[in-house]
Design a protein around this ligand. Structure first.
Ligand code: ZN
Ligand code: FE
Length: 241
């Protein structure tokens, strides 16, 4: 494994992620929403930043981008589809494009649903998935712009990645997601085990992210929805929960 990933907790429950290719020292940050803590993490890791990767345009993901870029001269990568409402991009990417970080290579996956231009980055070297507000542990993002059918298709793409992929999502929402999930799928033993683990981790003040993709496939009702209609039903129920 050449890619190391460090969480940067931001605001109340956001995560930015610091990625470092250990062979070359090349460093990237995903969703640097708050420049102060992100710059502190970069300094602690050696003061180098090559790339800024943006999952979607919401301020709680992109807010610190311009300040961080100005300080380090890093290259900003985001969705071509949302270039008009993202911070200034040095590179606008589409599904199937790749981003190099030293010896590690990430691929871009279109994941509309939460927003229309949402993308995820998959690094087989982690193996790591940076999925912003598309897939959460035991949950998925709200359908702010997209449809249930779009989110269903996006989650299916993520579900097809290798099951040992670590899921680095954008929020520590797992405990509240678990409370809803057990009502959506009451007979799921894997979900009950994960919910209990999450309760123990949070009670100890620990993070529940990243999770393993295999765990999400076994326990996350949104990943497990058999149809877009079912996904739409449980997403609407979660909005009211
Ligand atoms: Zn968002
Ligand atoms: Fe968010």
């Amino acid at each position: 494994m050449t890619l190391t990933v460090t969480p940067i907790p931001l605001f109340k429950d956001n995560y930015a992620w610091l990625l470092r290719d250990s062979g070359s020292g090349a460093t990237a940050v995903v969703d640097p929403a708050d420049a102060g803590p992100v710059e502190a993490a970069i300094e602690a890791a050696g003061g180098r930043l090559d790339l800024i990767l943006l999952t979607h345009h919401h301020a709680d993901h992109v807010g610190g981008t311009d300040a961080v870029r100005a300080r380090y001269g890093a290259s900003v990568v985001g969705a071509a589809a949302d270039a008009h409402r993202l911070p200034k991009l040095d590179r606008a990417v589409r599904e199937g494009d790749t981003v190099g970080l030293g010896n590690a290579v990430g691929s871009v996956i279109d994941t509309p649903g939460h927003t229309l231009g949402h993308i995820a980055f998959h690094f087989p070297d982690g193996p790591a998935l940076f999925c912003g507000d598309t897939l959460f542990s035991l949950g998925c993002g709200r359908l702010i712009e997209g449809t249930a059918a779009q989110m269903f298709a996006s989650l299916k793409k993520l579900a097809a990645l290798p099951p040992d992929t670590l899921v680095y999502c954008g929020h520590e929402y797992t405990e509240s997601n678990a409370r809803f999930a057990v009502t959506a799928e009451p007979g799921n033993a894997a979900l009950q085990a994960r919910a209990a683990e999450v309760g123990r981790l949070r009670a100890a003040g620990r993070s529940t992210v990243p999770s393993l993709l295999a765990e999400e496939l076994a326990a996350n009702p949104f990943m497990r929805a058999a149809t877009a209609e079912r996904l739409g039903e449980i997403r609407a129920a979660k909005d009211r929960f």
